[in-house]
Design a protein around this ligand. Structure first.
Ligand code: RRO
Length: 308
């Protein structure tokens, strides 16, 4: 059963790989992803300078997902440019995730990755956790400005990772910005920003940064993520590859994403909770479910969700 896919010329052996964020900051962690069945090696979002990130505790597993306020801890973009060369031996696409704190930072980082071994760039303006900064993806005018600069500089296929939207007006406003630029793909969604998890017994928040506010991931967010995949698939008329992320734990989750219109899916929280074996598990379950349904390849059902 062939579940391979292609994102702007980059060939992926399967349509399942890791999301940016979990366990992808150090070379050792990235090597683990390289050795796993993840069909690409996605790296942690990087900034100009290395960052320690927010004070701990800043991540917590929850019954059906996670909350995090990591605060963009990363080794600085130069390390990820180096890592891209070191990871080439795994012979799968390497994805750089870029989260510069200013427009100019993003330009510098993009330029560095232009002459790197990274195959694809995922521009991430959607983090909910950088203290003192709003979620850029909710500022439509600034997004336009940022994308103009980023797309002009980039010589590699460059997509954008979006925060979740909840209103049809906002999907349309974002799409009206995206369609002006040569976006290679859309990844949706980042964690749902600024949730609050409370430990009732202790009468306290479970993470320290921002008074306990953090991005929610995992099963809690799958329905919002599916809706975002569906909307951007429809708005782009199936012409822009959509990469779905949010609560993929099994093959049926992946199947649902493809039915909604996704070209590939990323795994974040479930990778933290179940380890690197999750990629193969989801791939095998997806193949089995497709077989049961009589499908031979994702194109047989991509986007073909029935409406009642
Ligand atoms: O590092 C983080 O706190 C973080 C980032 Br950059 C992101 O894009 N999404 C998220 O949930 N956490």
């Amino acid at each position: 059963m062939d579940i391979s896919t292609e994102i702007n010329g980059a060939k992926l052996e399967t349509c399942v790989f890791n999301a940016s964020g979990p366990n992808d900051s150090t070379l050792e962690e990235l090597e683990t992803i390289g050795k796993s069945k993840s069909s690409a090696i996605m790296m942690k979002s990087c900034t100009l300078e290395a960052r320690e990130g927010n004070p701990e505790p800043r991540y917590r597993d929850l019954e059906h997902g996670s909350i995090n306020s990591m605060g963009l801890p990363n080794l600085g973009y130069k390390k990820y440019v180096e890592f891209a060369s070191a990871l080439k031996k795994y012979r799968k696409p390497i994805v750089a995730s870029i989260s510069g704190l200013t427009l100019h930072d993003n330009e510098i980082i993009i330029e560095a990755f232009n002459s790197s071994e990274a195959d694809i760039i995922e521009f991430n303006p959607g983090s909910p956790n950088t203290i003192g900064k709003p979620i850029t993806g909710y500022d439509f005018n600034y997004m336009d400005e940022l994308l103009t600069a980023v797309m002009k500089k980039s010589k590699k296929p460059t997509g954008v990772k979006l925060p979740p939207y909840f209103d049809f007006v906002h999907f349309e406003r974002m799409w009206n910005v995206l369609k002006k630029h040569k976006i290679a793909f859309i990844t949706t969604i980042n964690s749902i920003g600024n949730g609050l998890v409370i430990d009732a017994e202790k009468e306290e928040a479970v993470i320290k940064p921002k008074g306990g506010f953090g991005g929610i991931g995992g099963k809690y967010i799958k329905y919002t993520a599916l809706a975002n995949v569906r909307k951007f698939y429809q708005l782009s008329e199936g012409k822009v590859p959509i990469i779905g992320a949010g609560g993929v734990y099994n093959g049926i989750d992946a199947f649902e994403y493809i039915l909604a219109g996704a070209t590939a899916v990323q795994i974040g929280t479930a990778f933290i909770q179940h380890g690197a074996g999750i990629f193969e598990k989801v791939q095998n379950e997806l193949r089995q479910y497709m077989h049961k349904k009589g499908y031979e390849k994702p194109e047989d059902f991509r986007g073909r969700l029935k409406e009642l």
